[in-house]
Design a protein around this ligand. Sequence first.
Ligand code: PSU
Ligand code: MN
Length: 345
Amino acid sequence: RSVTRPTRPGQAPAAIRRHASTLAEARKRWNNRLVVTEEVEAALEEGRAVVALETAIVTHGMPYPHNLDTATKLEGIVRSHGAVPATIALLDGKIRIGMPTQELDHALAHPEGIPPRQQPSVKVSRRDLAPALAFNRAGGTTVAGTMVIAHSVGIDSFVTGGIGGVHRGAESSMDISADLLELGRTPMMVVCAGAKSILDIPRSLEVLETQGVCVTTFGDKDDFPAFYSPSSGVASPWRVGSIEDAARLVHVGLTLPTPQSTLLAVPIPAQYGEAGAAVQVLVEQAVRESIELGIDKKGKEVTPWLLKRVGELTKGTALELNKVLIENNVHVGSKVAVEVARLRL
Ligand code: PSU
Ligand code: MN
């Protein structure tokens, strides 16, 4: 492999050539359905830290204009740490890596989309990639969908708010998010604030163990966090106390003979603990309502329905906490990503 050859004068260092060829190969493997912004392409070629960001939170997770404001703000946070944001989405039959704000606004963030686009945007998990591309649908990628795309171009860091997991009652509904299986098959660092308590957190951690995913909490607490609240009451398998330790762990995971994912769980800052506990009570109510109304049997609609209902019940507090925690995740995740990029060169 060219990676091991010494550098000749005028030739880019091996690490840089490796990234450039990854992108060229990815274009072919996506059958030219890949559109990458210059900013992201340059960062990938130079082996600089690139942080993937999902867009299901834009299309299905937050109301307009909070979704657009948040997406734009997160990109700024990534840049403030010297990394490059790669907001990933589907548009007009193409995979988009990096989205100009105006397109994000017109095509994804705004509920009606730009005329003459009449169809609503779709939530794109792994299984939705082909149909969304085939039928030119605007798509917001979930954790699973974003991972597939990011990994294919050599991005190894990804920050989100909360991952999908095992739904409560999954022992009969079998509703287990594809996010958990994607973490098992696609090696990356995924940073989140844990999993929402709309999910069955102990069973979600069991599936992650089965899938070979290293789950580690960031900070000085041993608990796996529960999105709105810093603690789920369930012990996290591992804990890291610093950016350097997090990066070392992610790097070793990625350089094992069979590379493994690290799920880095960042608790919402402690000062939001009380507000989080109040939201938690209403999350329980939303879950009960979803069962009463039979929403829990509606597949991919379950998560967006619960997110929307929690939003209504908490009158905006859930949304505020959601913004706080995802921004916090992006601060931590970008710092780790910069360190991981250094270790990889
Ligand atoms: N959990 C949240 N907010 C979200 C999601 C999950 O607290 O926005 C989104 C993410 O994009 C995640 C997806 O990947 O929902 C999981 O959906 P499902 O359970 O249908 O796989
Ligand atoms: Mn599901």
